[in-house]
Structures are given as structure tokens and as C-alpha cells.
Write a protein that binds this ligand. Structure first.
Ligand code: NAP
Ligand code: COA
Length: 300
């Protein structure tokens, strides 16, 4: 079959954790004017770009994770590029008291929270047979327990009385039982259920809860860890209906849709933004074991 490249241009992006040198608005630049977004894992990768794009739409942000030095550096870049406020805060999503302190600080300094993006996660390729009990538990605790902890603290302290929007960053790994991914696939599948449960319970308080499930996204730690570069060099993206990996700005645009009034009647939904990858990509354990062992050799 003759492959015709998509007529739609990809939005701007840069591969590093830096702001874009130029940006073309699709939505009104005032879409989130004077709102505040709390973004876990907002100091790197997809979370950094989500922070940037939300800020370019008039939003102030809080970026929350474990490495405060990284967050401070990221917040300087984000402020300079957007002219909006960005508060870096230390949080380990496994520890509710750190989230509680960070949310108190947010409300003290920025006065409100309109959007919560649960983006923090941990992942690596590992066959179930080689995965330690602690490795499985660690990923479940960051991805699933961490998403619940953060959602509950923000709900109790603000959303319960003011409403708000939650966007959970998921993955398609569990849809077909992706090889070497039982830990993250199980954790994200639980989060997808959590999205629906919380949408049902918190809808009457004016809280919408939705999921974005990215596919492979270039310029990210996830892409590097899960075999993205190897897939690129072997031409594996030709099996993806849209013939390529996604970029971080495309994920940020999907979050912008879910977190804004553009999706005002959408809750409990999962938006897959993967170029159709999960439908057609190979799920071949032998190839994945090859990526895994070459990565292990490189790390040794
Ligand atoms: P990333 O840059 O490594 O983002 C993960 C972030 O989570 C980091 O900023 C990290 O910051 C933070 N984090 C990790 N553990 C934490 C903890 N215990 N408490 C608080 N923060 C923590 O990777 P990414 O690839 O952009 O991934 C972002 C999201 O997209 C994840 O939810 C991932 O599952 C999802 N996703 C990514 C892809 C992809 O191709 N990249 C595909 C599907 C889904 P600290 O180290 O400072 O804590
Ligand atoms: N393969 C198999 N097991 C691994 C592993 C890997 N690549 N990396 C860590 N583990 C295991 C550890 O050996 C440990 O198990 P053990 O005590 O039985 O030896 C367990 O996982 C916890 O590791 P630790 O390093 O103590 O956890 P942490 O809380 O400091 O870090 C991780 C969490 C492991 C998820 C770390 O990779 C991380 O911080 N990731 C964030 C960034 C990221 O993953 N980005 C991509 C998102 S898609």
C-alpha cells in the first residue's frame, strides 16, 4: 500500500526538557485565564510540556515531584517562556503528608486549584519472571496509590467545595497485555477504573475526572526506557496507523481539551492519543526481551 503522510502538521515540540522556541495556538490563548493547575511530575517530559501549554493559555501552575532542584530549574524556564507563575513543590505521591503540605502551600501562594494532572509515574521494561516483589509494589505505589493520594488531598482541600478538573495520565499497556509491562499495565488499568469511580462520586460536586492514554511519545524518559529508540531504528513505527511516534505537545493539547471548558460535558472518559498504535503494534515478547537485555548490558 502506498503510504501517504498525514496532511495535518504536528505541533511544535523540542526533544529536551526546554520550552518550545515558537508555539502556534489552536485554542484561544485565554482559555485557562487565571486558573491554577497542579501537575505531578511537571518538571520533566510530558508533564513539563503540559505545564508549558497550560501556561501559554493563561494558567498558573504548580509542578510537584521528588527532585526539587530539577523542579526549580524547570519552573524558571516555564515562567520565562509564558510570563505566568510556576511554583515548584516537593512531593512524593506515595506520601500523603507531602501532598498535603504542597497543596496548603499552593492555596497560600496561588489561592485556588482548578486542574489536577496526575502525571507522575515510574516504569521500566522487565519480564514478570525477573520482577522483584518490591519492584512491582513500587510502580503500583507511585502510579496507582499516588494518583489516589493526590486526587483525595486536592478534593478534600479544594475541589469538594469549588469543583475542578482531574486528568489522569495513563497508558495503553494493559489493553493487550503488553510484554514486560505487567507492573505499569496493571497500575494504569487500576487508574482507568479509578477515573470512572471518581467521576461517578465527585461529579455532583462539579468535578470532572478523565484519562489521557498516550502511546509512544518522543523526547521523554518513558520513550527512552521502553524501547522507543530501538523501535525507531528498526522501522517499527511503520506498524502504527499514523506511522510515527507522538510528540509531547500533542499530549499537552489533549490534556488542554480534557482540562478546559472545551470538554465541559465529558467525564469518566478515556482519550487514547497514540496514533492508533495499540491496535496494530507488535506485542512480541522475544523482541522486547532483546531490547531489555541490550539495555541491561548498556547499564552494566
Ligand atoms: P518522566 O519525565 O520520567 O515523568 C515522570 C515524572 O514523575 C518525573 O517528573 C518524576 O519526577 C515524577 N515522579 C516519579 N516518581 C514520583 C513520586 N514518587 N512522587 C512524585 N513524582 C514522581 O516520564 P514521561 O515519559 O514524561 O512520563 C509521563 C507520564 O506519561 C507518565 O504517567 C507515563 O506513564 C505516561 N506515559 C508516557 C509514555 C511515553 O512514551 N513517554 C507513554 C505512555 C504513558 P521526580 O524524579 O522529580 O520525582
Ligand atoms: N528493572 C527491574 N527492577 C527495577 C528496575 C528495573 N529497571 N529499576 C528499579 N527496579 C526495582 C529495584 O531493584 C527495587 O527492587 P528491589 O528492592 O527488590 O531490588 C524496586 O524496583 C524499587 O527501586 P528503587 O530504585 O528503590 O525505587 P525508587 O522509588 O527510588 O524509584 C523507580 C522508582 C524504580 C520507578 C525509578 O525508576 C524512578 O524513579 N522512575 C521515575 C521516572 C520514570 O520511570 N519515568 C518513566 C515514566 S513512563
Amino acid at each position: 500500500m502506498q503510504v501517504r503522510m498525514s496532511a495535518e502538521p504536528q505541533p511544535e515540540d523540542v526533544q529536551t526538557d526546554d520550552c518550545m522556541t515558537s508555539y502556534t495556538h489552536i485554542y484561544s490563548p485565554d482559555l485557562l485565564k487565571d486558573q491554577v493547575a497542579f501537575i505531578t511530575g511537571g518538571g520533566s517530559g510530558i508533564g513539563f510540556r503540559i505545564a508549558e501549554v497550560l501556561m501559554r493559555h493563561g494558567c498558573d501552575t504548580v509542578i510537584a515531584s521528588r527532585n526539587l532542584d530539577k523542579l526549580r530549574e524547570a519552573s524558571e524556564k516555564l515562567r520565562a517562556a509564558s510570563g505566568r507563575r510556576c511554583l515548584p513543590v516537593h512531593v512524593d505521591v506515595r506520601r500523603p503528608e507531602t501532598i498535603s503540605d504542597a497543596v496548603d502551600e499552593t492555596l497560600k501562594q496561588l489561592g485556588r486549584i482548578d486542574i489536577l494532572v496526575n502525571n507522575a509515574a515510574g516504569n521500566f521494561l522487565c519480564p514478570a519472571s525477573a520482577l522483584s516483589f518490591n519492584a512491582f509494589r513500587t510502580v503500583m505505589e507511585i502510579d496507582t496509590v499516588g494518583t489516589f493520594n493526590t486526587s483525595k488531598v486536592v478534593f478534600d482541600k479544594w475541589f469538594k467545595h469549588h469543583g475542578g478538573n482531574i486528568v489522569n495520565i495513563s497508558a495503553t499497556l494493559g489493553y493487550r497485555g503488553q510484554g514486560l509491562q505487567v507492573h505499569a499495565g496493571a497500575a494504569k488499568a487500576a487508574n482507568d477504573a479509578m477515573t470512572r469511580h471518581l467521576a461517578v462520586e465527585w461529579g455532583p460536586c462539579g468535578v470532572r475526572v478523565n484519562t489521557l492514554a498516550p502511546g509512544p511519545v518522543s523526547g521523554t524518559e518513558g520513550y527512552r526506557r521502553l524501547g522507543g529508540p530501538a523501535a525507531e531504528s528498526t522501522g517499527a513505527f511503520s506498524s502504527v496507523p499514523l506511522q510515527r511516534a507522538g510528540n509531547k505537545t500533542e499530549m499537552a493539547h489533549a490534556v488542554l481539551f480534557l482540562a478546559s471548558r472545551a470538554s465541559s460535558y465529558v467525564t469518566g472518559a478515556a482519550l487514547v492519543a497514540d496514533g492508533g498504535a495499540w491496535l496494530t503494534s507488535p506485542n512480541d515478547v522475544a523482541t522486547l526481551l532483546g531490547y531489555w537485555s541490550s539495555e541491561k548490558k548498556r547499564d552494566e
